[in-house]
Design a protein around this ligand. Structure first.
Ligand SMILES: [Zn+2]
Ligand SMILES: [Zn+2]
Length: 206
């Protein structure tokens, strides 16, 4: 799998570009800012972007959405419970950063266990609510993109509207920690890790 990680925006959000190496069919996960940098990376690798996946609807994960959508024509995919955040500056919390914005609405609203294909790559959607009601993780082979649900050594905040600590913990324990120990975690912020390491070492999960 082609995998490129870009750190974007003031909150250092991890934007990921993934693609099937053979067909070059690609997806962008969480275009949180720096549209030009993301588009350049896509063009440099000669990728065809089919989907833009949003792990959730917070502003630091969606700020470059409009420009990326216009440049690529890719379909915007988000869980149905977070879809309204794209079109409301109150819900997406952009007003907190002093820069109110809305974005194009979703093309595909998930319920959470859909599968997508990028050439030979299989993507599995895992609904992991808690940080937001419509938070998702995306599993591709032995890699999982966890958004702001699970971080290396930490977990997502649950003090924003719609957040739930109990839900977050059960999403992590019942869905993510059930994956193989050697599954690599690529979170929405910070370093990557593995399921096995977080199971043993993450202080929030003991
Ligand atoms: Zn968030
Ligand atoms: Zn975030």
């Amino acid at each position: 799998m082609f995998l490129q990680q870009l750190q974007v925006g003031p909150l250092e959000t991890n934007c990921y570009i993934i693609a099937d190496e053979k067909s070059k069919i690609a997806a962008i996960i969480d275009p949180g800012e720096n549209a030009k940098q993301i588009i350049n990376a896509v063009n440099e690798a000669e990728l065809k972007v089919k989907y833009i996946f949003l792990t959730h609807g917070h502003s630091d994960h969606i700020a470059a959405l409009k420009e990326i959508k216009e440049a690529t024509g890719a379909k915007i995919v988000i869980h149905e419970l977070d879809a309204h955040m794209l079109t409301s500056a109150e819900s997406n919390l952009s007003f907190l950063l002093g820069e109110r914005f809305t974005q194009p609405s979703a093309d595909i609203k998930l319920k959470g266990s859909e599968e997508f294909r990028l050439g030979d790559l299989f993507l599995e959607i895992i609904h992991t609510p808690g940080h937001t009601p419509g938070g998702i993780s995306i599993k591709v082979g032995n890699v999982v993109f966890t958004g702001d649900t699970l971080f290396a050594g930490s977990i997502g905040r649950t003090d924003f509207p719609g957040g739930s600590f109990d839900m977050l913990i059960s999403s992590i324990k019942e869905k993510l920690l059930k994956l193989d120990d050697d599954t690599k975690i690529f979170p929405g912020h910070g370093e990557s890790s593995t399921i096995g390491y977080e199971k043993r070492m993450n202080p929030f999960l003991r």
